[in-house]
Design a binder for this molecule. Structure first.
Ligand code: GLU
Length: 482
């Protein structure tokens, strides 16, 4: 579709959350799929609640997700003159008016209306104030805000690309504020002027904005400009079917990044929050998402955020990714944890690739390489209680394990087959099951009850470290029950 121009317009009043990221992703996918442009705009007119740190967080999160923008970031705070000029134009054309009511007066009227049992739909006390009176109040220095002067006898309707036709009577729409008494534009004024000036063709945003759209359409009409296409995205709910929020756990995208989730599976997961692909599979690379995504595929019904599904996508991605691709991520994770061993020298890379291949089938996220996989990268690791309880209790082990270590030490070749046959022979000679020794070795070598195949672990650790860990007896003394 030629001329597709979409935007993501977050307010930097908090970190980029999952819902915002999903909106950004859908806009980006639509733009990329249609050969259009993706514009980034920061809606920072709420000076009290906006902060530069949050702008950084949002930009960082978008970059991490790989959602590159073609234009911007534009800051609304740098366009204030433009909004004021448009508000003046609307005032001059009698499409807006000055309202001198104070916050207290407005609140009192709202309360009085509520007490008499009806909600105050529209507080338009100043709507018909003659211009000379308004002028006189201004010269007296009374503060005022600018309200939109809505028409009261018609319909405002639009064809939402996802929700279908939505119509309202104009008399139900209040005379909303365009410029606050401190001179700052409201969201409605900023968003419409920006979407106009930035030639936005499709406004794709969360369904929480659906009730704002009629007001904004009235503004387009008042400004005599064509209305863009609207597509509202379904809400994202937590597992308890209430709107996703911090109560449900982490919602900031950067916190997922910091926990070790990866951008590609994260985008795959986000894409399915409200979009149903035509194909059988749910697993897509980001390029495939670009090819498959359509606005028609977005559903009306609310989406449910399922952490287990995210974990599944992430571990699936790790399992299937070539070690080479994971290497830079794992290396920086190791560096961050102080576990990267420069002394391994030129073999560090090859060795790390092998360990990545060994561990990647069992991890959920990148950080698991340094937690679950810690024993591969350092000799300083704890044996988890579960492994100790399950596998190190047998009274014969303190005697057997050092002997097994000695047997392994004597092997001239230390590869899979040699290590395995040495252990099995040793078990048979001592009249114990091989599983007893294998499980104990797993606990002593990896500190974990669940780990990759034990002989692969031995070979990856190397003969020397394997022997040292199996012959050490500190675990015997450390066992409170042993
Ligand atoms: N700034 C608004 C928000 O963060 C988005 C406005 C819009 O997309 O129209 O919710």
């Amino acid at each position: 579709m030629p001329g597709v121009r979409v935007r993501f317009a977050p307010s930097p009043t908090g970190a980029l959350h999952v819902g915002g990221a999903r909106t950004a992703l859908f806009n980006w996918l639509f733009a990329r799929g249609q050969g259009g442009r993706f514009i980034l705009r920061i809606e920072d007119t709420d000076r009290q609640r906006s902060s530069p740190e949050m702008v950084d967080d949002i930009l960082g999160a978008l970059q991490w997700l790989g959602l590159d923008w073609d234009e911007g970031p534009f800051l609304q705070s740098e366009r204030l003159d433009r909004y004021r000029q448009a508000a003046d134009q609307l005032l001059n054309e009698n499409k807006a008016y000055r309202c001198f009511c104070s916050t207290a007066e407005l609140a009192a009227r709202r309360q009085a209306a509520a007490a008499s049992g009806k909600a105050l739909k529209c507080d338009d006390t100043c709507r018909e104030l003659p211009p000379d009176q308004a002028g006189e109040r201004r010269t007296r220095g009374l503060s005022s805000m600018v309200r939109f002067k809505g028409t009261r006898d018609g319909e405002v309707a639009f064809e939402d690309r996802i929700f279908g036709r939505i119509a309202h009577r104009t008399e139900q729409i209040e005379d909303f504020v365009l410029v606050r008494s401190d001179g700052m534009p409201t969201y409605h004024l900023g968003v419409v002027l920006d979407d106009l000036d930035m030639n936005i063709s499709h406004v794709v945003r969360g369904a929480d904005h659906i009730s704002n759209t009629p007001k904004q359409i009235l503004l387009y009409r008042a400004l005599d400009r064509p209305v863009p296409v609207f597509a509202h995205l379904p809400l994202i709910l937590g597992p308890d079917r209430t709107r996703l929020s911090k109560r449900h756990g982490a919602t900031a995208v950067t916190s997922y990044r910091d926990q070790g989730y990866l951008p590609a599976p994260f985008c795959n997961f986000l894409a399915l929050l409200g979009w149903s692909p035509k194909s059988e599979t749910e697993c897509f690379s980001t390029d495939e998402l670009v090819r498959q995504f359509t606005l028609e595929g977005v559903q009306k019904s609310n989406a449910v955020f399922n952490q287990e599904k995210l974990d599944w996508f992430n571990s699936r991605y790790l399992r299937n990714a070539p070690a080479e691709r994971l290497y830079p991520l794992i290396r920086s994770e190791l560096e961050g944890e102080g576990l990267w061993k420069e002394q391994l020298g030129s073999s560090a890379r090859d060795w790390t690739l092998k360990v990545i291949d060994l561990l990647k089938k069992r991890v959920r996220m990148v950080s698991d390489f340094t937690t679950q996989g810690r024993a591969f990268f350092t000799d300083e690791f704890e044996i988890e209680d579960k492994a100790r309880r399950k596998f190190l209790k047998n009274a014969t082990l303190p005697l057997l394990m050092p002997k097994l270590a000695a047997r392994l030490e004597s092997l001239p070749v230390f590869e899979l087959e040699e290590a395995e046959s040495a252990l099995r022979t040793f078990a048979a000679e001592n009249g114990v099951k091989a599983a007893l020794l294998i499980n104990a070795a797993r606990a002593l070598l990896t500190g974990r009850a669940v780990a990759p195949g034990i002989f692969e672990v031995m070979v990856a650790l190397g003969q020397e470290r394997t022997v040292a860990r199996l012959s050490g007896t500190s675990w015997v003394k450390n066992d409170p029950e042993g």
